[in-house]
Design a protein around this ligand. Sequence first.
Ligand code: HCB
Length: 217
Amino acid sequence: MGKQEMYDKLRDAIANQDINGAGPLVQEALDAGLTPFEIINDGLSVGMKIIGDKFEAAEVYLPQIMMSAKAMKAAMEILDPILEEDETSESVGTCIKFVQEGDIHDIGHRLVATMLGANGFTVIDMGVDVPNDKVIEEVAAHKGEKLMLSGSALMTTSMLGQKDVMRLLEEEGLRDSVKVMFGGAPVTDSWIKELGADATAENAAEAANVALELMKK
Ligand code: HCB
């Protein structure tokens, strides 16, 4: 089977909610020589995008989305240990990762965390629905390290919380101690500019590249 055919199968496993098939298919792709990065970026994520677009067009409903999310989780259960094994021993920096308060969407957040870990970051995963004061406390606790903050928000409501993160960083005198990258579907370049944050990224692979660049500055 060619690479593209394999990507298409991976994509369809997520888009068609194949909870039992996603894991074995990822294994098949690995056995065929695809890298975890190719599997995530060119296969699984494309499937999640398709189901997201269908949801927005009211072609599918929440139960289907939840089943696609489960299929994604099953796929990542195969990939996570492999990516962890690949982690380089020398850390390029610490990344505090969180999903904004009020928001429980964690698929993109987990993908970014996985990619950052695989690219040499020590990732502190604070999980979902994290209050801003907890985020600031964590930044303060790691002040002095080569430090990144990566926050995700998938809803326009939770995205507004990113403004408060920036304000609190300034107020606590921590802004210069940390590079800030925000992401999630509603986050745009102009929003990042408005916030005075450092960067955004469209997907997990780009997030890793952007984060590595930010660590050089
Ligand atoms: Co959810 N949901 N949802 N949802 N959901 C969205 C986000 C809407 C846009 C759908 C819509 O209505 N059009 C919408 C938000 C509307 C808005 O505010 N504008 C919405 C809503 C309203 C809701 C509920 C309120 C629905 C309800 O209960 N009535 C509820 C909210 C619960 C809450 O958070 N309090 C809800 C629930 C759910 C689930 C549980 C069914 C499920 C989440 C499962 C889970 O995450 N474990 C879900 C899902 C899956 C979605 C959609 C369909 C897909 C999100 C997703 O996983 N995308 C989404 C529609 C959409 O986004 N088009 C819909 C795939 C990942 C890979 O992409 O964008 O998250 P990503 O991440 C990328 C990228 O952004 C970037 O890299 C990632 C990896 O490639 N990135 C970063 C992300 N974070 C980064 C950080 C960085 O530093 C850098 C880059």
